[in-house]
Design a protein around this ligand. Sequence first.
Ligand code: UFG
Length: 340
Amino acid sequence: MAKCVLVSGGAGFIGSHVTVELIQAGYDVIVADDMSNCDLTCFEGVKKITGREDLPFVKMNFCEEESVNALFNDHQIDAVIHFAAFKAVGESVAEPLKYYGNNLVSFMNVLQAARIKGSAVLFSSSATVYGEPDILPVTERSPRQSATSPYGNTKQICEDMLRDSVKAYDGLRGIALRYFNPIGAHPSALIGELPRGVPNNLVPFITQTAIGKRECLSIFGNDYPTPDGTCQRDYIDIVDLAKAHVCAVSRMLDGKMKEDYEIFNIGTGKPLSVLELVNAFQKVNGVRLNYRFAPRRSGDVTAIWADPSLANRELGWKAERSIEETLAAAWAWEQKLANK
Ligand code: UFG
């Protein structure tokens, strides 16, 4: 019988891509989401891509302990992937309690239920835990730095909650995946990123500028100590990122873990500057982008990229899609939205 994976926050950007890859790898999936930061567009897209019109969907808030327990009681959940969290860095600074309340309580409820039911836990963490690294690229053993936002702090605390729980409770096991910068969209253009309001992240701002929804892209800072003065990041294709989750789930469920709590960097290992990314977007899509240099954005680190060799070796996973394919997919998705 196929193993069952619960995807909390499964109607969002990363969750929907992960759901597709899990289904295509033969898992049964239950998608759960409170729809507070998305609509049904991506869930419908997932059903189309996979041909699974009957894909189970539960509308629920993971902060409600009784709903979480009921879900775990009603289904045999072999693994849970937890995405259900707030993710806007700036908003988390303005409303920290909203972030601590939601992101920590929801994960605590998932951990409690997983502990009782013996489900494996995959937590979606972030490269933000490394702060401004002294040595590049960062490995999983690079030191974590104090978080610069409540959002970042919730990622660190949730990692610690998972680590401590695995240590304390027999039978509980978990993996934290530290994502670098997830971008792009599914090649079908049926699912992708749907930011509410003005996008915070670079690629949705680029595609919205290219389509004419935004007048001009501001490149935040051109005086950083990097080769071209703009920040460097490790942009990871969303489909590649989603596939890493399938590898991590199978590692947990097929008894391949070396420790009961493991951490993996999920990135390409290749740095790209903001300017390089903008130029690649223009070149591959044949569009001209209106941009200007603007002051640095507070809280941005100068440069960060992954050493993904542990994930390459242990998960048998590697980033495969080129930045050109990724940026073409992001543009196809934006155009699809505009034609709707
Ligand atoms: N940038 C611009 N203009 C924009 C948006 C972004 O120049 O309009 C630049 C940023 O200054 C940064 C780079 O593009 O140098 C990437 O910015 P993103 O906002 O896309 O991504 P971040 O590296 O800031 O964000 C990542 C994750 C977030 C996480 C954050 C924590 O994508 O989910 O790290 O620091 F919250």
